[in-house]
Design a protein around this ligand. Sequence first.
Ligand code: DHB
Ligand code: FE
Length: 290
Amino acid sequence: MARITASVYTSHVPAIGAAMDLGKTHEPYWQPMFAGYDFSRQWLRDNTPDVILMVYNDHATAFSLDVIPTFALGTAAEYQPADEGWGPRPVPRVLGHPELASHIAQSVIQQDFDLTIVNKMDVDHGLTVPLSLMCGEKDPLKDAWPCPVIPLAVNVVQYPVPSGQRCLNLGRAIRKAVETFDQDLKVQIWGTGGMSHQLQGARAGLINKAWDNRFLDLLVENPVGLSQVPHIEYVREAGSEGIELVMWLIARGAMADVDQARPLPRVLHRFYHVPASNTAVGHLILENPA
Ligand code: DHB
Ligand code: FE
């Protein structure tokens, strides 16, 4: 049986990828932000899973206003880094896991979630920046990411976006799906995007440290309560792009304690840093009890 061993949560600011690609990580602006991931990189080397299920959002790169899937699961064998206007990031291609992804599609759709199945797409900073943050610099010609990645793209760009409740429930369904896969795989689920940021309009540059830290507290201690927060509160308190945080509830819903009267997951690492570009960087690693 496959099982979810841990969940990772992290922001995905594109400038973080650019800082890594252009060799700027030791500059004073960036150094404290990257220092928050030193623990995480070592932890991932020591605890490399067989597969990562990456909950992220596409930023009108693979999708557009032409087609807006709420939840899109990647079942392909590989995904290329997208060209977001400056050429593709110089990072390795992302290998998928078609067998587990197809099983998740089968199971989760039969649990009444309308997933869109995606057999071909490029992946943008929403997916590649979390990989870079957690894995460090990778040469696209010589290196590979540490394991296959199954992308789950969530629409948080064009309203209507899914509710926190729906995201938490999708996480629960994903855990059931993983636990009914007949290969013995260690799976991590990553929730990405956020924290507070607004990129446009009169409130551009908005950061809300108190709200972000309360979100981190509740994500660990009371995810069911957090799932009741309406999307208007994310927008009001965390800015128009702060709604990306709702994706973290999918990863949290896949952790064991959400349905079973088990202890809370262990907090292995927590980090918060402002600023990175226009965004507050938040990061957590939670481990399921063995
Ligand atoms: C920024 C943050 C994002 O999440 C994003 O998708 C694009 C830009 C930023 O802070 O610059
Ligand atoms: Fe984003």
